[in-house]
Ligand binder design. Sequence first.
Ligand SMILES: Cc1ncc(COP(=O)(O)O)c(C=O)c1O
Length: 499
Amino acid sequence: MQSRGGSSTGAFRRQGEMVLGLLADFVDRGHRGDGEVVRVRAVDELARTMDLARLIAEGGADDDDLRVLVTIFLDNATNVHHPAYMAHQISVPHYASALADLISGTIANGMSVYEMGPAAGTMEIAVIDWMLAKVGWQPTGRNRDRKPVVGETPGGGVLTHGGSLANLTAMLAARAAAAPESWENGTPRDLVVVAPACAHYSLARAVAAMGLGTSALVAAPADGLGRVRPDDLPALLDRLAADGRRVMAVCANACATATGLYDPIREIGELCRDRGHWFHVDGAHGASALLDEAEAWRLDGVDLADSLVWDAHKLLQTSALCAAVLVRDGGTLGAAFRQEAVYVTEGEREVGFDFIPQQFECTKAPLGLKLMLVLALVGEDGLAANIAALWKNTRLINDRIALRPGFEVLCEPESNILCFRHDGDDALQTRVRKRIMHDGDFLLSQADVGGRRWLRMALMNPLTDVATVDRLLDRIEEIVAEDRRYNVPPGGSVGMEGL
Ligand SMILES: Cc1ncc(COP(=O)(O)O)c(C=O)c1O
């Protein structure tokens, strides 16, 4: 809070209040469904509108400059509080986590070592223990004076900046279990990772970045919707063994990014347990169903996993980013990183705990604070109720789309993700999505499933109701009618592609 003129907490209070007002207006506009959900404008144009070059060159913005800048910024921000937001898997954050972001930015506690944020470290351990309990694993039990040892310790976990990093961390733990010498010698060439072909791309990225190469990623047998078929898994594992390949991990989706469908966790878990394979569950999106009594069965058997990724910024009303990588045996996480750096970690501690021996990041924001404040204000029951509402809403909306002539749904949804399409080819679905995004009235994503392109909704916002979706479907029909009028060469080209 130091400026050239000395302490600036006066400006902090004044400008903070002003910015908070603008943010509250932004959220209110979202709740009312006012204006566009997104404005996709060109980078150069937007940079000019925000006057970024001048501000960078000159600095010295006063209250008015700041108000104008933040106002334009928010006018061009995607509004996830808007009911027409149904695209990507970002929580509609509870304001408690936004306040946590403000606290975090102000105190700047890079809390990976205990003395850089004892309160933040304590909260991270509290939320990790809470998540471990939901999975059915032991709490960390860290009294937290040494790095956990494999086989000796109860559950473990850390928060990371996102599910992608959490997946990488889980794969590093799996590698350490399969080939501990990899840290020094590099990843052996005989290791493979078995995963659904529709696993989130961060898994392939982790495998490639670890030096296995994507050719070491073997597709698990799956049904037409991409769900793992456990009955066919033993034959694949036998074949890999016969080929001299060692299975570093078997992975499952809970749920899959594209379809929102869950793999049969228990059956895969039992197979892995019996055959001694590391079992990784990517629950970045869908592990939150553990909180909802009616839906938790979809993760039945998750306690058999060795590692689980669970993002709070997807379905726990927590602002991005806040992801957890959890392990059944806390020692396995420590084994992933075989480094002792005296200048960043204390080793044996009298009080507190260092996260660095178990995580990729060095400096880390107090991520636990975000989830902790949400839990403190909303409570576990509130989070569960939100998930139940989203899941119910998604089923209603799916039924609604299925009844509409000209539309087709992929399947009965198992989470808050659904896929649908309008009659027509794949290119038409893409044109529709682009057109809708260009108009700014709705925001959808898309997915390829079963060799066809689908429009995809991730219904993150409980305000997105059947009436919102009726308006969307009306709009899609108009766009398709227009498309057919102006854009018809059979075999299909791209009249509106440039939009
Ligand atoms: C199943 C799954 N795993 C991992 C990720 C990556 O998470 P993040 O965006 O937090 O890096 C996603 C993101 O959509 C996901 O759906």
